[in-house]
Design a binder for this molecule. Structure first.
Ligand SMILES: [Zn+2]
Length: 115
């Protein structure tokens, strides 16, 4: 988990360093990469495992946020997300059904939307 993050971000930083004049980014990318390799070849498994667990623990919120965003992006292809005009409740409507009447599950207001 931690290694995937290290490799991914060092790659992203390297690409990023191509567009920025500040060379420091490039060296940060190298440092990330070196650390990832060090972890890969390290024999101290329990210490590496502990580091990984700490990483997972510290990033649980941010990874949850990214997961939600990805989910929303995926749903946007098949669903529309509308807000109830009365109570602001978010309502998911499948696409491609034409004009439909939507009933809010929270306050049961009905409104017509194009899906
Ligand atoms: Zn409502």
């Amino acid at each position: 988990m931690l290694n995937k993050f290290l490799l991914g971000s060092s790659l992203a930083l390297m690409v990023f360093s191509l567009f920025v004049r500040w060379r420091g980014i490039y060296w940060i990318a190298i440092a990330f990469l070196a650390y990832a390799y060090f972890r890969m070849f390290s024999k101290n498994y329990s210490k590496r495992y502990a580091e990984n667990q700490a990483f997972i623990k510290h990033t649980v919120k941010i990874r949850g946020f990214i997961g939600t965003q990805k989910n929303m992006m995926r749903q946007r292809k098949t669903h529309h997300i509308y807000k109830c005009p009365n109570c602001r409740q978010k309502i998911r409507i499948p696409r491609g059904k034409g004009k439909i009447a939507v009933r809010c599950p929270k306050c049961s207001t009905e409104f017509v939307k194009r899906s």
